[in-house]
Ligand binder design. Structure first.
Ligand SMILES: Nc1ncnc2c1ncn2[C@@H]1O[C@H](COP(=O)(O)OP(=O)(O)O)[C@@H](O)[C@H]1O
Ligand SMILES: Nc1ccn([C@@H]2O[C@H](COP(=O)(O)OP(=O)(O)O)[C@@H](O)[C@H]2O)c(=O)n1
Length: 233
């Protein structure tokens, strides 16, 4: 008797690491190459921060942030070729990248109520991704999806990360390399030092130092890691 081909179970990949290590660029390319959905969880924390600023909530007031946290409706589109993010139906993909939002996002994302709500949203998106998903952020391997099939933790020297970031900012906002490096290290410290699900490498994550690798090399490395996991299933 002929047996039907066994369906390939959806693979869940978690990619974490600090700012500028290449999470977003790598994740989009890997998800596209392997036919996976893609979720940028940093964009969700940026979106809720944008909403707080728009609505006059003092982002340094954790209680005020917690009280308002359930009000905005955040929706993420997971096509790796065209990821989207809306708040109450408004496309905020541009406004969430301003320096104002970047400087306030660590305080908002440290509020436990914010993390609980966004974590629930992330888990429901991952559970609904039929063909598998690649989720990138700070606490995906440790907290959001601790049972992910593959966990990758990207690192890079502060110098490499600042150079990449200030390359992006050129022509838009401040381009000073020292200021970029300092702002980045401040955000690392806040994200790693918070009580609730801090930025951390999961024990079972594969660490990849991208300082001296090209983006293409990092993409190839992660594609290989996913394919190895798939072959074992
Ligand atoms: N390995 C790399 N070498 C050089 N530039 C890189 C590398 N990885 C990413 N970049 C560039 O660095 C910038 C930040 O990358 P991004 O993927 O947004 O990082 P993250 O999501 O970790 O903050 C982007 O402009 C990207 O093109
Ligand atoms: N899973 C996540 C993802 C982001 N964040 C927060 O969101 C901020 C912005 O994340 P991001 O991924 O957009 O940052 P960049 O790497 O693009 O600079 C981080 O600095 C964290 O404060 C988080 O707390 N947990």
């Amino acid at each position: 008797m002929e047996t039907a081909p066994r369906p390939v179970p959806a693979i869940i990949v978690a990619i974490d690491g600090p700012s500028g290590t290449g999470k977003s660029s790598t994740s989009k390319a890997v998800a596209t190459a392997l036919g996976l959905r893609y979720l940028d969880t940093g964009a969700q924390y940026r979106a809720i921060t944008w909403w707080m600023v728009e609505n006059g909530i003092d982002t340094a007031d954790a209680e005020a942030v917690a009280d308002a946290a359930a009000k905005p409706e955040i929706v993420s589109g997971t096509d790796p070729l065209a990821p989207t993010i809306t708040v109450d139906g408004i496309d905020v993909s541009g406004p969430i990248r301003t320096q104002e939002v970047t400087s306030k996002v660590s305080a908002v994302s440290a509020v436990p109520r914010v993390r609980t709500l966004i974590t629930e949203l992330q888990r429901s998106i991952a559970a609904g991704a039929e063909g598998g998903i690649l989720v990138e952020g700070r606490d995906i391997g440790t907290t959001v999806l601790p049972d992910a099939d593959l966990k990758v933790f990207l690192t890079a020297s502060p110098e490499a990360r600042a150079a990449r970031r200030s390359g992006e900012l050129k022509g838009k906002e401040a381009t000073d390399l020292t200021a970029t490096r300092e702002a980045l290290l401040r955000r690392d410290a806040a994200d790693s030092g918070r009580k609730t699900s801090p930025l951390a490498k999961a024990e079972d994550a594969v660490e990849v130092d991208t300082s001296d690798l090209t983006l293409q090399q990092v993409i190839e490395c992660v594609v290989t890691l996913v394919e190895e996991k798939r072959a074992l299933r």
